[in-house]
Write a protein that binds this ligand. Structure first.
Ligand code: HEC
Ligand code: HEC
Ligand code: HEC
Length: 378
């Protein structure tokens, strides 16, 4: 198709076949450099992004393309140059969207929809869709995200820049092209991990997870809820600067309250029933771990059922080794209080509870690997 046009245009040129090869090489060089930039972006290597941008800006050989294609190559090189100068993630995201668009403009003009192997992430697929002007690819990669449902390529490349911006704001590239439900699941994982690390005394783990909740509104979030995003981000920021378990305990409760405030205002989650949250009793250790997890869910949804189920598990304490016996009293007292406490005092009780974990584990010489023991996954 387009290859044909180029071939015809260049047919009087005896070296056309050589040029064809060179052109393919140029393309592969372009595509490689661009994909390298994306990979660097996803792995948070800003210097790598700039380096790859520079490679695009220096891409030879011009002679292989017919004169009318030259302005598109110039535009692509200019996009590469812009990318080589970015000094923050937001600019890098926009520049990557711009680069895709300049590749795409030439492909559109030349009437080609080049093929390329499937990208390993949604971000790469979306990027390639714009760069190759591949409709099917775009529709496939943007499935489930209403905000990407446009047929206009310029709008798509702008949306792509915004999506890429999300990667860095959130720290989670899997949010790209995803709906609000999945975004919230990421929230849940980040927040729960952070609090879990805190409970088990792994402050570095908290410092790593809490910042994942510091970002602007997700594009799928209804406008009227946007004002509730800043407070969540602030609460997460405070937790990220945790200095001790005692310092972090009330901060993690404040975080859960920010989640709950928005869920209440939006009516997004609704009321969970006991059946929704009921979990089978396991071995004593499993039950022991489930208790704080369910109480936490009870706070952030917020859910009476989850809180009550958590208190039930809390009343099934683990068998305590010698050294830890002195901690039994505190633990049992908390377990009793948890089932009786008023809704507005649950946060304070939770903050107390998560300060009991480390002292008892230490006294009982219990080896708790916070990463391995996360209730979410890992
Ligand atoms: C000057 C116009 C032009 C620009 C700019 C351009 N391309 Fe292309 N591209 C083409 C043409 C024409 C083809 C198909 C024919 C060919 O290989 O000569 C092609 C083919 C491709 C292919 C398929 C290569 C293969 O091995 O078959 C990929 C991948 C590609 N382009 C990626 C990109 C990327 C990524 C960019 C931007 C960084 C880009 N192109 C910029 C014109 C352009
Ligand atoms: C600014 C508002 C807002 C904030 C803040 C918020 N959420 Fe949500 N959340 C929502 C909305 C809206 C939904 C419904 C999403 C949907 O359409 O499925 C939701 C749904 C959820 C869900 C259910 C997801 C699913 O599978 O559908 C979970 C879990 C969740 N949120 C966790 C959290 C956690 C944890 C936090 C705090 C760290 C939090 N949310 C903060 C608005 C918010
Ligand atoms: C009164 C003492 C005590 C308190 C308080 C306590 N634990 Fe434990 N915990 C234990 C003991 C004992 C074990 C080891 C049980 C075993 O291996 O049989 C344990 C084991 C664990 C484990 C490891 C489970 C596994 O898979 O090996 C985790 C995770 C854990 N506790 C989390 C918590 C959290 C979170 C808190 C605070 C909300 C907490 N614990 C509070 C005594 C306590």
């Amino acid at each position: 198709m387009m290859t044909m046009t180029l071939l015809l245009a260049a047919s009087c040129d005896l070296r056309s076949e050589v040029r064809m090869d060179q052109r393919t090489e140029t393309m592969q060089g372009h595509a490689d450099a661009a994909l390298t930039a994306l990979a660097a972006f996803e792995s948070e290597d800003l210097e790598g992004v700039r380096r790859a941008g520079k490679a695009v800006s220096e891409s030879p050989p011009w002679a292989a393309f017919p004169p009318e294609a030259r302005r598109f190559l110039e535009a692509t090189r200019a996009s590469g140059l812009a990318l080589s100068k970015v000094d923050d993630w937001a600019r890098a995201a926009t520049a990557l969207g711009g680069l895709a668009d300049s590749c795409g403009s030439c492909h559109a003009e030349q009437g080609v929809v080049p093929s390329a192997p499937a990208g390993s992430t949604t971000a790469i697929e979306l990027w390639l869709a714009v760069a190759l002007r591949d409709d099917a690819r775009w529709n496939q990669a943007s499935r489930g995200a209403d905000r990407l449902a446009s047929t206009d390529w310029q709008a798509r490349s702008t949306a792509l820049g915004a999506e890429l911006g999300l990667i860095r704001a959130s720290g989670r590239s899997e949010w790209i092209g995803q709906g609000l439900g999945r975004h919230m699941e990421s929230h849940f994982a980040a927040a729960t991990d952070a609090v879990w690390f805190l409970a088990l005394g792994d402050l570095d783990g908290v410092r790593e997870r809490a910042p994942l909740l510091q970002h602007g509104p997700h594009p799928g979030l209804p406008e009227d809820l946007h004002p509730l995003v800043g407070p969540l981000s602030d609460a997460a920021g405070k937790l990220a600067h945790v200095t001790s378990v005692a310092d972090g305990a009330p901060k993690s409760v404040a975080l859960a309250e920010r989640c709950a405030a928005c869920h209440k205002q939006s009516g997004a989650i609704g009321t969970l029933t006991v059946e929704d949250v009921r979990l089978p009793e396991m071995d004593p250790v499993g039950d022991h771990v489930m208790a704080p997890y369910l109480l936490w869910v009870g706070l952030l949804v917020p859910s009476d059922a989850a809180w009550q189920e958590g208190s039930r598990f809390l009343r099934l304490p683990p068998e305590l080794p010698e050294g830890a016996q002195t901690h039994t009293g505190t633990y049992e007292a908390l377990a009793t209080r948890a089932s009786e406490v008023k809704a507005q005092e649950r946060g304070a009780l939770f903050a107390e509870l998560i300060q009991t974990c480390v002292p008892c584990h230490t006294a009982g010489d219990v080896d708790v690997d916070s990463g391995r023991n996360s209730p979410i996954r890992h």
